[in-house]
Design a protein around this ligand. Structure first.
Ligand code: GLY
Length: 332
């Protein structure tokens, strides 16, 4: 842990905003002092939300045996991708407004290599297709039918991703909804972003999602966009995002977090500064959730979010469990 002094002054605004039944107050100006939220002496893996716990276990087995962080993050995020009970990632994900499950994913390693797929249908593990885009093509991103064709040519199976449960919920939603509302329910966009450092200090990251529930057909979020949903610089650190992708894209959030670490900020400080950029630039940010997590090359890590309630899973020799990220908006 850092020995920096911790002093957080709160400048509370008069009045409160109401958000999904919670009374929240805005936290004011950033404190000049921050602490690193955690640090690991050896390998470490972080991932967003509590579906990160089983994903981290799989990643950890690879890290622990001296494997590459790239293999660890790919194997890790395949767990929620394949789990029909995780309704925000891969198989069993919430469909778009037209009832189609469309997936976005990207992956990046310590050498700056990157691969991504967007608007991919019928493939259970988009992260593995993204990795093949990175390793087998001169491109970074494949989309839609082209991405599907590439996946099928490379041995992936076409599968039905819409489960009976999600189909029934979509039908109910369709009946009740008069028009598409872009205001996200904070429960329904729990992307998994995973970042890891291996025993040889190689950083990698992966990010995969079925995107905003009942999004407009054709919508692509931040998760497959290198620099938005994920960014890795092998000399500095890695960051990933979850939440309303549009806000992350408009501020190129994960790239920003890594750049802030490059300029000397601790991971939690960098995440907080990137959230504050959103708060400054995007007028309706209080209607959204964004969570960032970051990890630097020294094994220090942290996170920050807009709304209370975002947590992330950590696995290292020193710590296994969930960490609740500090939020810009505070519960009263
Ligand atoms: N962050 C996931 C999405 O907005 O699609």
């Amino acid at each position: 842990m850092s020995n920096m002094p911790f002093s957080r002054r709160l400048f509370l605004k008069k009045g409160a905003v109401t958000f999904t039944g919670l009374a929240l107050l805005k936290q004011g100006i950033a404190s000049p002092f921050f602490t690193v939220k955690g640090s690991a002496s050896g390998p470490v893996v972080l991932s967003t939300w509590n579906h990160g716990l089983p994903a981290n276990e799989v990643a950890w087995a690879i890290l622990k045996s001296g494997g590459h962080s790239l293999d660890a993050v790919e194997a890790g995020v395949r767990i929620p991708e394949g789990d029909p009970n995780i309704i925000t990632v891969g198989y069993g994900g919430i469909p778009d407004a037209s009832g189609k499950v469309t997936l976005d994913a990207c992956i990046m390693d310590e050498k700056g290599r990157a691969g991504s797929v967007t608007y991919l249908q019928h493939i259970k593990h988009p992260i593995s297709v993204a990795r093949l885009v990175m390793e087998k093509t001169p491109h970074v991103m494949l989309s839609g039918k082209g991405a599907l064709k590439f996946a099928l040519q490379n041995g992936f199976k076409k599968e039905k991703l819409l489960t009976q449960e999600r189909k029934a919920a979509w039908k109910k939603w369709k009946k009740e909804q008069k028009e598409f509302s872009p205001i996200i329910n904070i429960e329904n966009h729990d992307t998994i972003g995973m970042i890891a450092l291996d025993a040889e200090r190689r950083l990698s990251g992966a990010c995969t999602t079925s995107g905003m529930g009942y999004k407009l057909h054709g919508r692509v979020g931040d998760s497959p966009v290198i620099g938005a949903g994920l960014f890795v610089d092998g000399e500095i650190g890695a960051a990933t995002a979850t939440g309303s992708g549009e806000l992350v894209m408009k501020t190129l959030g994960s790239f920003l977090v890594v750049e802030l670490m490059r300029n000397g900020m601790a991971p939690d400080e960098a995440c907080k500064t990137a959230v504050m950029r959103i708060a400054k630039k995007i007028p309706d940010f209080e209607q959204h959730q964004i969570g960032y997590i970051a990890l630097n090359k020294n094994g220090e890590y942290g996170g920050f979010c807009i709304q209370p309630g975002f947590d992330y899973a950590v696995k290292s020799e020193e710590f296994t469990g969930m960490v609740e990220a500090e939020a810009y908006l505070k519960r009263l």
